[in-house]
Design a binder for this molecule. Structure first.
Ligand code: HEC
Length: 147
């Protein structure tokens, strides 16, 4: 009996952070350290956005962000990381309105993440399953307006 009580206590301890994260919502992991792995970062940072920012590109980017890109579901309508699905992922989705994070990332690094995902998180690869490379560059132009 003593043992089963201890086991129950241990289980409760193990499960309580999980429970709290479901109820309260997960927090964002420190957004500033780079997410692209070391050996791929220089190449990602050197990538140039081939799509110029224009009213057309921003309109397309917004439509894709809210539509087939599914970004809205996690990152939220205004990019705060508070979409309807945000509570289901841990760590929390990036708050794209953070100007320090925006400054810390190149378009190429964002592109790498959209193409490969952020390892070990709910940010999964979305190219080519959901969007094309061209779509992603338009979305990145739009994301730049969220800060
Ligand atoms: C299922 C939820 C989910 C969806 C859908 C999603 N994201 Fe994310 N995203 C996340 C999470 C979680 C993180 C935080 C990952 C981390 O902290 O490393 C993140 C992080 C990011 C980052 C930041 C990476 C960095 O370098 O800091 C970018 C850029 C991004 N997402 C873009 C997008 C775009 C664009 C879309 C739509 C095409 C999208 N995401 C769709 C969950 C999602």
């Amino acid at each position: 009996m003593g043992i089963s009580f201890a086991v129950k206590g241990a289980l409760l301890l193990l499960l309580s952070p999980l429970f709290c994260s479901i109820v309260i919502g997960a927090t964002e992991r420190d957004p500033l350290p780079p997410r692209v792995p070391d050996k791929e970062r220089a190449a990602a940072q050197a990538m140039k956005n081939p799509v110029a920012t224009s009213p057309e590109s921003l309109a397309k980017g917004k439509e894709l962000y809210e539509g087939k890109g599914t970004c809205l579901k996690c990152h939220g309508a205004t990019g705060k990381g508070d979409g309807s699905g945000a509570k289901l992922v841990r760590p929390a989705p990036r708050n794209m309105t953070n100007p320090d994070w925006q400054k810390a990332r190149t378009d190429g690094e964002m592109f790498w993440i959209i193409k490969n995902g952020s390892p070990g998180t709910g940010m999964v690869a979305l190219i080519p399953s959901d969007i094309t490379e061209d779509d992603a560059w338009n979305i990145i132009n739009y994301v730049r307006t969220l800060k």
